[in-house]
Design a protein around this ligand. Sequence first.
Ligand SMILES: [Zn+2]
Length: 177
Amino acid sequence: MGSRREESEAESIERLIEAINDALHRVPNKVSIVVENTAGQGKQIGYKFSQIKTVIDGVANKERIGVCLDTAHAFQAGYDLSHKDGLERTLEEFERLIGFDRLKLIHLNDSKTPVGSRVDRHWHIGEGYIGNEGFKNIVNHPELCNFPGIMETPHKKEEDDIKNMSRIESLVVSNSS
Ligand SMILES: [Zn+2]
C-alpha cells in the first residue's frame, strides 16, 4: 500500500485514496486495483485491517477495489496466523472491517521473523514462525480455501519453488468426502 515518508499515517492514507480514485477515474474500464496488507516495516502504511478499511471507504468506485492478504505481512504486523485461535481472530477482524467479498487473492509466505516484528522477511512454507500447522489451518479454512494463492517464498534455485509448492499441497486436506 505504500510508505508514508514524512507524512502522518492518516495523511498518507488520504494520499493513497486520492491516487486510487485518480487512477480509476483516468482509466475507465473494469480492471480492479487490489491492495495488499503490509508488514508495517519502517514507514509502511496498510498493516492494520482498519487502515485498509479506511482506504476502501474512501474509494469512489467500490466495484474496482479489492484486497490481497499476504500471510507473512499479516503475521509480522501482529496477526498471529500460527495457530487456530489466532487465525480465527484475524479472519473475524478481516470480515468485520473489510469483508471477504473484497478478498481476491492470498499471498502465501512463511515469516522469518516473529509475530508482530514488523520486519518483512519472507520464508519457506512451514519453515518459519507461521509453520506447517499455521499453513494447514490457512489453506483448509472454509473462508480461504477457494481463493487463488501466489507464493512469494525465497527463490535461490528451481527446487525451492517445487519444495514450497509440494509443502502446500501436502497440507491441503481433501474435502471430497
Ligand atoms: Zn505479498
